[in-house]
Structures are given as structure tokens and as C-alpha cells.
Design a protein around this ligand. Structure first.
Ligand code: BYC
Length: 327
């Protein structure tokens, strides 16, 4: 490609993004844009499938058949989200195998939130309310992401996430209004999940390596701190309706800003979890690797079946000829 043509393509790309046009897989795009999308989408997909583990931990111990059925459906939805996102990432020329390999070898991340344990049944409610609530706040703007396949995948994901959020809220409401012990269990779960949920939005803006460029490319529409603030403002009245408190003595409405002020986040803990030192990092990635290895026979069988089908189609006569033969 000549330098002139390269400059023209880059200018056309910038103009399309600025005009809020969607970038599609066959369109020209800067290699850095492609790489940053693969990075974010892969991390997102990995989070969905690793995120199945803490909740799946409670499927066998759900307190009723109704709760068990709901939880199984939710965990299956998360697997589905992973599949949409891996498929969307494939449109950028990177295979699912390659991405999984990077997850398993620690070269790609997944969300920090899933490195915390689910200690009681109430944690299932806290994940639904807070973790899925934070996810929706972060992900609704991605429905307007400049990259078409990612934006379209997010539409369905967000619909399902908002259902998940409501089931978590309803579960916590039942516990909060239950016995004293159940109320205490709900409060304890919220106490443990609140701060890690705020960390899900990523580092503060002045430490966010990718935000400025991702916002210029309209992959991200809002900064990490903007979305975190939005989430806090949504969660506070919801906690009141639940009859639960949020574990932050500095949380209060700021009339002047028109937002809630909140206490300092422990960023040392966040970076430590990202380095692999969270309470469950080893368990999560170990379980993921094991599941992948144990599923090898399923992938082999599916590949053998696909090969057999392709070979049969090649040797079969075209449909028209078969019709004539029968006549
Ligand atoms: N955890 O420059 P920054 C779900 C990394 S799934 C781990 O601000 P960016 C759900 C970041 O990747 C939830 N790593 O990055 C599933 C970067 O490292 P690299 C997942 C984090 O991309 C099942 C470095 O820190 N949601 O909700 O501009 C059940 C600097 O950060 C985290 C998504 O993935 C973190 N929390 O912004 C229930 C949404 N935060 O890549 C629920 C899509 C930051 O240079 N992703 N890092 O090695 C995004 O919106 C953005 O990627 C982020 C980070 C806001 C997460």
C-alpha cells in the first residue's frame, strides 16, 4: 500500500467513526484499532465464561427447585454471552482457540470481580444485583460501539443482563425481608461484593491506559470514572428499597455535584487481583484449564462429525440428479 493510499484510508476511517458510522469486518481499519478491540472483546468473553464458576458453585445447593432452575438458566446465559463475544472477535481474524489459549496461559485477562469467592447463597443475589448491575451500566453504552459485530452482540447481552440483575434484586429482597439470619446473610454478601463491584469499571481515569484512545475510536463512550459514578447513583436508592446498607461511611449525596460522593477505593487490592493474587485466581483459572482439557473429546467428536458431513456432501449427487433418478 502506498503512503498516500494509507493516509486516505485512515482519513476515511476517522471520518466514518466521527460520523458515528459502524465499522464492519471487511472495512479497512487501523491495526491498533483491531488489536485494541480484540483485547477488550477477548477480556469480555473470558469474563463471561469464568463468571459462570462462582455462581455455578451454588446450583447444587439452591434452596428450592425454582431458584435452581433460575440459576441454571442464568449460568447458561453467561456461556451464551461468551459464545457471542468469541464469535464477534473471530470477525477480526482471531480464532476462539487462539483466545482461549491466551486466557489459559495468562496472556489475556478476565474481570477482577470473578476472583472473589461465593461464600453463601446470598452471594448469588449480590452478584445478580451488583455485578450484573455494574455490567449493564458498563455495557449499555457498548451497544453503540463503533465496531458493528461487538455493538450488535451487546444488544442481546444487555437484555439478558438486565433480567439477571432483577433476579438478583428479587433474591436479595426475599432474604432481606426474611428471618433475622437471612437478612444478616444478605447484608454480609453486599458488604463483601460492593467494593469489588466498583473496581469492575477499571482503574481511575488518570491511570487508565486505554480510555482516551478507545473513546476517540468510540469503542468506549464514557470513561471508567463516569460509569462508576453512574452505578453508585443507581445503586444507592436500590439499596434503600432492599432495606440494606452499603459498606461505605463516606457515601452521601452531594447537592452541588448532583451525584453521590463515595469513599476511596483500595486500588492496591485491584492491581494485586489483576496480578493473580486475588482469593480465587488460581482456582478459577485451574478449573477453566481443567474444563478445557476434559472437553477435548467433545471438540474432537464435533470436528470429526463436521468432516464426515463435508465428505458426504462432496460425494453426494446434486439434488436435481437424485430427483431425476427417482422418476
Ligand atoms: N478486571 O486502560 P483500562 C460480566 C485492565 S463480564 C480485570 O482502563 P480499558 C458478567 C485492562 O484490561 C464483565 N482487568 O482498560 C459475566 C487493562 O489491561 P490490558 C466484564 C481490568 O479496556 C458473567 C488495564 O487494566 N466486562 O459483567 O479501557 C456474569 C488498564 O485498564 C479491569 C467487560 O469486559 C477489571 N475490572 O477499560 C455476570 C466489559 N479493569 O488490557 C457478569 C467490556 C481494567 O492492557 N470491557 N482492567 O492488559 C470494558 O468496558 C473495558 O475493557 C474495561 C477496562 C472498563 C473493563
Amino acid at each position: 500500500m502506498t503512503a498516500d493510499l494509507g493516509a486516505q484510508l485512515a482519513a476515511a476511517f476517522d471520518a466514518a467513526v466521527a460520523a458515528d458510522e459502524r465499522v464492519e469486518p471487511r472495512d479497512w481499519m487501523p491495526e491498533e484499532y483491531r488489536a485494541s478491540l480484540v483485547r477488550q472483546m477477548a477480556q469480555h468473553a473470558h469474563s463471561e465464561i469464568i463468571g459462570m464458576q462462582p455462581e455455578a458453585n451454588w446450583i447444587t445447593r439452591a434452596p428450592s427447585l425454582r431458584r435452581k432452575a433460575i440459576l441454571m438458566a442464568k449460568v447458561q446465559d453467561e456461556a451464551g454471552h461468551g459464545l457471542y463475544l468469541y464469535s464477534a472477535a473471530e470477525t477480526l481474524g482471531t480464532s476462539r482457540d487462539e483466545l482461549l489459549d491466551k486466557l489459559h496461559s495468562g496472556r489475556q485477562k478476565y474481570s477482577s470481580i470473578f476472583n472473589y469467592p461465593t461464600l453463601t447463597w446470598a452471594d448469588v443475589g449480590a452478584i445478580g444485583w451488583l455485578v450484573d448491575g455494574a455490567a449493564i451500566t458498563n455495557q449499555v453504552p457498548i451497544c453503540r460501539c463503533s465496531y458493528g459485530p461487538y455493538a450488535r452482540a451487546m444488544v442481546r447481552i444487555c437484555k439478558e443482563e438486565s433480567f439477571h440483575q432483577r433476579q438478583g434484586f428479587e433474591l436479595l429482597m426475599a432474604l432481606s425481608q426474611g428471618t433475622e439470619e437471612q437478612h444478616a446473610m444478605a447484608q454480609d454478601a453486599v458488604n463483601r461484593w460492593w467494593w469489588p463491584s466498583l473496581m469492575m469499571f477499571g482503574p481511575p481515569d488518570d491511570e487508565s491506559a486505554h480510555s482516551a484512545q478507545s473513546m476517540a475510536w468510540r469503542i468506549k463512550r464514557h470513561s471508567n470514572d463516569e460509569l462508576r459514578q453512574r452505578f453508585v447513583d443507581i445503586a444507592v436508592p436500590q439499596a434503600e428499597s432492599l432495606g440494606l446498607t452499603l459498606p461505605d461511611p463516606d457515601l452521601k449525596w452531594n447537592e452541588e455535584r448532583g451525584h453521590h460522593d463515595f469513599g476511596a477505593i483500595d486500588w492496591a487490592e485491584f492491581w494485586d487481583v489483576l496480578k493473580g493474587n486475588g482469593p480465587c485466581n488460581e482456582q478459577r483459572i485451574g478449573q477453566r484449564r481443567r474444563a478445557h482439557e476434559e472437553g477435548a473429546w467433545v471438540r474432537d467428536a464435533a470436528a470429526a462429525y463436521a468432516q464426515k458431513q463435508a465428505a458426504q456432501q462432496q460425494t453426494a449427487k446434486p439434488a436435481g440428479q437424485n430427483e431425476e433418478a427417482r422418476v
